[in-house]
Design a protein around this ligand. Structure first.
Ligand SMILES: Cc1cc2nc3c(=O)[nH]c(=O)nc-3n(C[C@H](O)[C@H](O)[C@H](O)COP(=O)(O)OP(=O)(O)OC[C@H]3O[C@@H](n4cnc5c(N)ncnc54)[C@H](O)[C@@H]3O)c2cc1C
Length: 289
């Protein structure tokens, strides 16, 4: 049961940030509430005042400016999975969004809420990393933009200050000729493993690649060292290299045995699925998105 709560519905970022500053620990940002209300119902989080940010118009748009998508923090997963601009300019991101939970959660949950909560078992962040996405954070003190890989700090931890909101997510298109794919493995609704690969092939050889993995470690991460290793190889050659990276992946992700599987199983599957994602992206050589 939830105790009585006060609901504030600011219409500007300034107002919302002011409320967060004034109420400090007593106030919490409330977007879709998919995580927040669950935590409060289970007594894992206490709050007296919910700062509902959905009335702030700035947090709702999806626009394209010829090189990047801008997605407002309060856009829901369901809108993202179906939106024509997202499907055209970031199709593997639209696909990842379509894999989130179930239609009820996708209708309720927002991209901003997903990224701010930073549960390691999430889908969107992994594929956004191969797009070199960044987030715009705002408060009464102004706005700042930081790369997503700097925003994710640790399990449930981000670079957000207590009086800040995510305002929007900037998603640059991939370089010309580069195609991406997102694959996930799941036993329950949340993913056990999510991998994103983007590749540009020239005459069958990898000219440029981007790899990211989520769920296996505390946060989703790009694998820059592995990207360098596979550049110049064929897709089959790269798959062989990826299958041999257990030690490297163990150092990066420090996986643990849990109900989703042993650390060894997760590492093995990470190598296999990175190879699969690379192959899927590589099959579309000549196209670009
Ligand atoms: C049953 C279930 C299954 C799920 N399965 C998946 C899955 O398969 N894949 C996946 O990726 N996710 C999954 N999720 C997570 C889901 O995507 C998130 O719950 C949802 O996106 C959170 O968004 P929200 O708007 O509801 O956030 P809220 O619950 O409103 O907020 C979450 C947190 O973020 C803060 N917050 C929210 N928006 C902002 C903002 N703009 N600025 C600053 N702080 C903010 C809140 O204060 C709170 O701490 C699942 C969740 C549930 C309940």
């Amino acid at each position: 049961m939830l105790g009585s709560l006060q609901l504030l519905q600011p219409t500007t970022v300034d107002e919302a940030s002011g409320a967060l500053r004034d109420f400090a620990e007593r106030g919490k940002v409330y977007a879709g509430g998919a995580e927040l209300l669950l935590l409060m119902r289970h007594g894992l989080l206490q709050s007296e005042i919910l700062v509902d940010i959905k009335k702030i118009e700035r947090l709702h748009g999806i626009t394209w400016n010829d090189s990047a998508l801008s997605v407002g923090a309060c856009v829901t997963h369901h809108t993202l999975e179906t939106h024509p601009l997202v499907r055209e300019h970031a199709p593997s991101f639209a696909y990842a969004e379509s894999q989130v939970a179930n239609v009820r959660v996708r209708n309720q949950g927002t991209l901003g809420g997903n990224l701010c909560f930073n549960d390691p078992h999430s889908d969107p962040g992994t594929v956004l990393l191969v797009h070199n996405a960044s987030v715009t954070l705002g408060s009464q003190r102004g706005e700042r933009q930081i790369p997503l890989h700097d925003f994710f700090l640790d399990v449930y931890e981000t670079a957000l200050e207590p009086d800040e909101l995510i305002l929007d997510v900037q998603i640059p298109s991939l370089p010309g000729g580069m195609i991406s794919a997102y694959l996930r493995l799941h036993r329950f609704q949340r993913p056990t493993l999510g991998v994103a690969a983007a590749v540009k092939l020239i005459d069958g050889a990898i000219a440029e690649s981007r790899l990211a993995v989520g769920c296996v470690g505390p946060k989703a991460q790009r694998l820059a060292e592995l990207e360098t290793k596979i550049n110049g190889s064929s897709v089959n050659g790269a798959k062989r290299i990826l299958a041999e990276q257990k030690n490297y992946l163990r150092d990066v992700f420090r996986p643990v045995d849990d109900l989703l599987g042993s650390a060894d199983y997760k590492l093995y599957m990470t190598g296999v699925m990175l190879g699969e994602a690379l192959e899927q992206a590589g099959q579309s050589e000549g196209k670009s998105h």
